[in-house]
Ligand binder design. Structure first.
Ligand SMILES: [Zn+2]
Length: 350
């Protein structure tokens, strides 16, 4: 999910860290942080956060933007607090009836056959990673985005964050049923999958930004072309005139060549100027373990076969759609790569 604005993010972050938040107008938020956290981070317990510049600041007030050091501090704290904490949510309703039916309805195996071997309650860990990104071009754009990934089967879960509050209903219940935990993939693999997915998400997120830059680029190129083409036209006229009068027109020819090259060079300059460079880095991470229903399935394609656990996720109350291994889109019509048996979408299968 993309944070609509910085205040929404600050509110979620503060509340998760145990703070009390009050907002009366959009541009102002009052937050009281818990004692321990304030001491640990060496920050005040009470803050007035503004999200717009102000001429005068009262005591304990701050104008927050994406580069505020306090935000970084809170982010680090979130990471420390959460990356190792595992919240088990046992009170969620697990669907068991008619799962096979749902599976059959939702997923279409185009070049493989499947057999569900076992359906059983399990637990599964999810990593929710928040990223801060900066896109720099003629303008600069900062933002935050997040990704949730099933660490076992690497399915990216849309909307997990939106349903997230449900996870904190029972923080005292730390009893994890480790023996039923579907084994997580190595963190390195999880991260590389997430990084690639983030690139795709940012491309979509920055589409409007790109569009407005393209619009300005086109306008600039048109302005340049009009200007230089007028000069080129003038030179052409002179050349034609000299030709009819049998005069030496080498000078005009080299001017023409220079002007044409100058236009090309200026267009390349403009294109470079409007190129977007995007940097992104993980800002905070949260691992949650939740009970799920695992559908252990055997997929068979030609002579090869592969076992894969599909998951019914009680947070989103749905069967998780697998993601294409190449483009990360959720897939309903599954192709298997005949060599690796990786899941591919129809477009990526070609
Ligand atoms: Zn694909």
């Amino acid at each position: 999910m993309i944070y609509k604005n910085i205040s929404q993010y600050v509110q979620q972050l503060s509340e998760f860290l145990g703070g009390y938040v009050e907002t009366q107008v959009d541009s102002l938020m009052e937050v009281v942080f818990p004692d321990g956290l304030a001491q640990q981070l060496n920050i005040n317990e009470y803050y007035k956060f503004y999200f717009e510049p102000r001429p005068l600041m009262e005591e304990n007030s701050l104008v927050l933007n994406y580069n505020s050091s306090l935000l970084e501090q809170l982010g680090v704290s979130l990471k420390e607090k959460t990356i190792f904490s595992q919240t088990a949510v046992s009170s969620l309703y697990l669907k068991k009836a008619r799962l096979e039916e749902l599976f059959k309805k939702r997923l279409n195996f185009i070049n493989s056959t499947y057999k569900i071997i076992e359906i059983k309650p399990s637990t599964c860990s999810y990593l929710i990673l928040n990223y801060k990104y900066t896109a720099v071009s003629e303008e600069r754009k900062d933002g935050l985005t997040s990704v949730a990934i099933n660490e076992h089967n690497l399915f990216l879960v849309n909307n997990l964050y939106d349903e997230f509050e449900a996870l904190f209903i029972d923080e005292t219940n730390a009893a994890l049923e480790v023996e039923t935990l579907l084994p997580p993939s190595p963190l390195k693999v999880v991260f590389s999958m997430v990084s690639m997915a983030i690139e795709k998400i940012l491309k979509e997120e920055l589409a409007d930004f790109q569009k407005s830059l393209n619009y300005r680029l086109e306008k600039d190129i048109k302005r340049l072309s009009d200007y230089f083409n007028a000069i080129i036209k003038e030179i052409d006229k002179k050349i034609a005139k000299k030709k009819t009068n049998n005069e030496n027109f080498d000078k005009e020819l080299s001017r023409l060549d220079f002007t044409e090259k100058e236009l090309e060079r200026k267009i390349i300059d403009q294109k470079t100027r409007y190129q977007i460079n995007v940097n992104f880095k993980p800002f905070s991470a949260l691992r949650v373990i939740i009970p799920v229903v695992a559908l252990k399935t055997l997929l068979r394609c030609k002579k090869k076969s592969r076992e894969i656990n599909f998951v019914w996720n009680p947070i989103i109350k749905d069967l998780e759609n697998p993601c294409c291994k190449k483009c990360f889109s959720p897939v309903a019509n599954l192709f298997l790569d005949e060599e690796s048996l990786d899941i591919l979408c129809p477009a990526c299968r070609g």
